[in-house]
Write a protein that binds this ligand. Structure first.
Ligand SMILES: Nc1nc2c(ncn2[C@@H]2O[C@H](COP(=O)(O)OP(=O)(O)OP(=O)(O)O)[C@@H](O)[C@H]2O)c(=O)[nH]1
Ligand SMILES: [Mg+2]
Length: 196
């Protein structure tokens, strides 16, 4: 799959504002600051998603229409400190409704920082997706920040800690060096049923 065209078509703060589920979509989920928006920008080859070193940049569900054919969805991150109870509740309700209502959702790409073991909320997200029978694939972000040896170690440790849930695909990526972006795009093409 080649990216030819990208448009931000919707910034939704509630479930009613989502575009109709009339085409295949994939979503990018993960802790706040893990690098979801950066990854989308790097993958799509365009600075379209807002990036910030302050966690909690993406609060809305952002819909990108790719090649006039697919929705790539940047989801608001979870797990940043200093967030009010009301805001957490809002996130919970929004995400719950999102995952339960998008019949066209093909796969969730769950981003985890390559440097750290998955945390409590990552496990919660995995359990959530499993319970709803939504397929998911892991992207290990910020791979550029690890030395070769550490990378191998962390890769194995992350995989091991999630093995209680089953066998999954793990793709190390870096939006900075572009490592893994081709692999990620190839996998995206496969889950969307594209050939090539
Ligand atoms: N070194 C390095 N830094 C990265 C990479 N990806 C993202 N970052 C940095 O990490 C910070 C957070 O990136 P974002 O893409 O905004 O993260 P996000 O997951 O969209 O965060 P929320 O919108 O808060 O959920 C920014 O300072 C980025 O520059 C990467 O591959 N390598
Ligand atoms: Mg973001």
């Amino acid at each position: 799959m080649k990216i030819n065209k990208v448009e931000l078509i919707k910034t939704a703060y509630d479930i009613r504002s989502l575009p109709s589920a009339d085409r295949k979509e994939i979503a990018f989920a993960g802790r706040s600051n893990v690098g979801k928006s950066s990854f989308l920008n790097a993958l799509l080859g365009i600075k379209i998603a807002k990036v910030s070193s302050n966690p909690g940049k993406t609060r809305s569900i952002n819909y990108y229409l790719v090649n006039n054919e697919y929705y790539f969805v940047d989801l608001p991150g979870y797990g940043f400190a200093n967030v009010s109870k009301t805001e957490k509740e809002r996130w919970n309700i929004l995400m719950n409704k999102y995952f339960e209502n998008r019949a066209n959702l093909t796969t969730v790409f769950l981003l985890i920082d390559h440097r750290h073991l998955p945390q409590k909320l990552d496990f919660t997200m995995v359990e959530w997706l499993k319970n709803l029978n939504i397929p998911f694939i892991f992207l290990l972000t910020k791979a550029d920040k690890l030395k070769k040896k550490e990378k191998v170690q962390m890769y194995n440790n992350i995989k091991k800690s999630l093995s209680i849930y089953g066998e999954y695909l793990y793709i190390p990526i870096s939006s900075k060096t572009k490592e893994g972006l081709k692999d990620a795009l190839k996998t995206i093409s496969v889950v969307l049923g594209e050939n090539g």
